[in-house]
Design a protein around this ligand. Structure first.
Ligand code: PKZ
Length: 201
């Protein structure tokens, strides 16, 4: 039987994160490659073989949030922070003592909308997660009720800094604001209402 270290989080991270990172490189190269059709066909066969091997054992549906024996959550399939999700940058969210949050993230060709610029939906996705993280309270999950995003200027692909903070609480609702910026200034601003469903607040 396979021997697993006690710390499943670190084990999982060590095993799967390098794979995810390799697939991220594959996504980038798939978008930007200019090699000939023979090489493309060869890579396609290799990728198909990789998918076949990985599919020999799968969780039945989506990954959800799995927990380690010591209770740590692993939201590893998450579309924006998922450690096992190659389409996630992934976003690593840092928390300040006052509960505000921030991130620095590198966004390349896979996140393009207007040529050379970040897709507006990706900006909204990052801000949804950032605002949601600052609105989050342990054991009281808050869903995004409303997210309003204002795109002030096109955001060039590359390094982006994001921040979010709570502005007020009102019963089951938490109001948060945030923005994305880069070397050119503040590019996208957002405000959101996060609602803890009835009976859970
Ligand atoms: C394991 C590791 C963990 C680590 C952890 C760390 C970090 C963790 C970060 C998580 C970060 C997630 C960031 C992404 C978060 C999503 O992406 S969530 C997915 C997108 N959102 C959804 O799918 C939500 C779908 N909607 C719903 O489920 C329900 O409509 C809601 C929003 C829960 C509200 O339902 P409800 O509880 O029945 O609401 P209801 O009783 O009608 O109204 C309650 C109050 O909220 C207001 N309200 C209701 N709906 C809305 C709305 N849509 N907009 C504004 N206000 C509303 C009402 O007006 C009412 O206000 P008051 O009358 O009290 O003043």
């Amino acid at each position: 039987m396979e021997e697993r270290p006690v710390d499943e989080f670190d084990y999982g991270r060590a095993v799967y994160e390098p794979l995810t990172q390799s697939v991220r490189q594959l996504i980038d190269a798939t978008i930007r490659t200019e090699v000939g059709e023979d090489t493309v066909a060869k890579v396609q066969a290799l990728v198909d073989e990789g998918a076949r091997l990985l599919s020999e054992r799968l969780v039945p549906e989506s990954f959800g949030v799995q927990y380690t024996r010591d209770g740590r959550g692993m939201p590893w399939g998450n579309a924006i922070i998922g450690l096992r999700n190659p389409i996630a940058p992934p976003l690593v969210i840092e928390r300040n003592r006052d509960g505000s949050v921030w991130c620095d993230v590198e966004l390349g060709a896979a996140y393009e909308g207007p040529p050379g610029c970040l897709h507006g939906g990706i900006s909204a996705l990052i801000l949804d997660q950032l605002l949601g993280a600052t609105a989050h309270r342990p054991a009281q999950p808050a869903f995004t009720g409303t997210l309003t995003v204002r795109y002030q200027r096109p955001t060039r692909l590359g390094r982006v800094h994001g921040e979010a903070r709570v502005v007020r609480h009102d019963g089951v609702k938490t109001y948060a604001v945030g923005h994305l910026e880069n070397g050119e200034g503040i590019m996208v601003v957002a405000e959101g209402v996060f609602v803890r469903p009835a009976g859970r607040a």
